[in-house]
Design a protein around this ligand. Structure first.
Ligand SMILES: [Ca+2]
Length: 167
């Protein structure tokens, strides 16, 4: 009986370790994508214009998991992206495109996330931004925060793609 119990314990341990290895959280983002919440993020280090950066992100879409320049819905998500960029570029980070721009399709232009996320909540503009000197938005490190600045979409920046994680 004791031997059977030992065998059972070993089998249980193997099963537990197996399920830990294949749990969805571990498979949700594959390198070089990084997981945060329900999404995966990719730092694209080739400097591109805003439109080039968005086109590149879209190429990385998968079935049911559209990829776009990243929307930023909270300070936590903003802070995560700052850490991601600092992990490559050091404490001063680097000026980076994300998926926020001025939509001029109506008579009254409005700022919005290009992945369609609701844009009536979180923003993190620097000082007196937006100053109206461009329709696209970068963020840059300032006082341990990652603040937003509008500028011309043709400027070349590194960028962040975002797509839903696998479940
Ligand atoms: Ca500006």
């Amino acid at each position: 009986m004791a031997a059977n119990f030992t065998v059972f314990s070993i089998l249980l341990a193997i099963l537990q370790s197996h399920f830990l290895i294949v749990s969805p959280a571990c498979l949700s983002c594959r390198s070089p994508w990084t997981n945060f919440g329900n999404n995966c993020y990719l730092l694209v280090m080739d400097a591109k214009s805003f439109d080039e950066a968005e086109q590149y992100c879209q190429i990385l879409s998968r079935l049911g998991r559209p990829s776009h320049l990243a929307s930023i819905m909270s300070q936590d998500e903003n802070d995560f992206l700052l850490l991601l960029i600092k992990s490559v570029y050091g404490e001063t980070g680097k000026r980076t495109w994300f998926g926020y721009r001025l939509d001029r399709s109506s008579n009254s232009p409005t700022w919005g996330f290009i992945d369609g996320s609701p844009s009536d909540g979180y923003t993190n503009w620097h000082g007196n931004q937006p100053t109206g000197d461009g329709d696209c938005v970068e963020f840059f490190e300032s006082a341990k925060n990652f603040l937003w600045n509008d500028l011309r979409c043709s400027y070349k920046r590194i960028s962040i793609c975002k797509r839903p994680a696998r479940f």
